[in-house]
Design a protein. Sequence first.
Length: 387
Amino acid sequence: MTDQQFTSLARNFFTSYANTLNRADLERAETLVRRALASGAGVKGIKLLYVDAAQKIHDIHSPSQGDARYIAAKELLMLVDKIQSAKKPSLQTIVEENLPPFVSIEQPDVVFGDVIGQNHAKKEIRRVVVDPFTNAESWQKYFSSDEAKEGIILTGPPGCGKTLLMRAAAGEGNATFIYLKGEEVPQGKEAESVGYVFNLAKKYQPSIIFIDECHAVLNPRRTRFVTPMQKELDGFSKLRAHILVAGNTNKPWEIDTTLRRAGRFGTVIFVPPPVLEERQLLFGQKLARKPLHSDIDYRKLGEITDGYSPADIAEVCKRASISAYNEERDIVMRDLEAAIKGRRPSTIEWYAIAKDEIEKSDARKEVFGDLLSEVNKYIAERGIAIK
């Protein structure tokens, strides 16, 4: 099926269901279709938002075989399933003997099209992570040897999808994803742990070594981890097209400054909370396939959750689901509004802490100047009072 045929089919479905979807819903639906086609991935967002609508057509109308709305809905969903199943193989967890409890290894089945929003972060990650894997010869024409072996750090408020983005990057680059839980690396085993994950990376290349909560091991107090990490980063430039080291942290200011220079972890990518449209899509994703009343207003949900992280939105949906389940009924808009009421976005505290920590010294302000600008802009736009 061509892009034009798909767009026509999708538009037919949304138009035929216009008796219950308002104009804003239809406009968002068409935007989703266009973005999915433009990105080359991705009609999953459409499926997640509207699969419940298709199901209700089937359940409520009890259609005959010739019901146009039923046929359009089923054809759309069948097409989405076909595209999704053909896009990537299923998740594969690699079995490695004697794997430490703080290390896991897998071939991710997610790609950027499965991650809602974060377009700027995706663009940066594609440049420094995916393209060196998938287009190494061309990439190396534009970047120096130091840049070619540079690790990256993803930072921002908790719960905004930093780990998911890197798993998606591995999926985009068909790379093995080697996950190391920084907070669980045992004292006295640091050098051994570094050597172990790099050996895994070489064995399963192309690969990404991903250090979760990397500030726990990349700080000046963990020299037994920092020193061997420096040596590995300084010595594997010839493998750069096949191995990348990345980390995520909510506390980038705690990372050893010797690791922040070019050629080590010289690139910092900010992953902010979702914007309005992304929050709407996240609600659609989290509520997909749940029993929903027709009064659910995704736009309003997005508007009243400014500053919420994807994790915050997931918790709101969970609380609303519990309320409806306890009363054996569909989830209604008031369930979600009640779950939101009085709930302070978890991201606000991070912005306040980040501003305070970065402004503690001129050295930090110099290193994290771009991040501080993002923090100050966010605080000023929302009038957040900083104690």
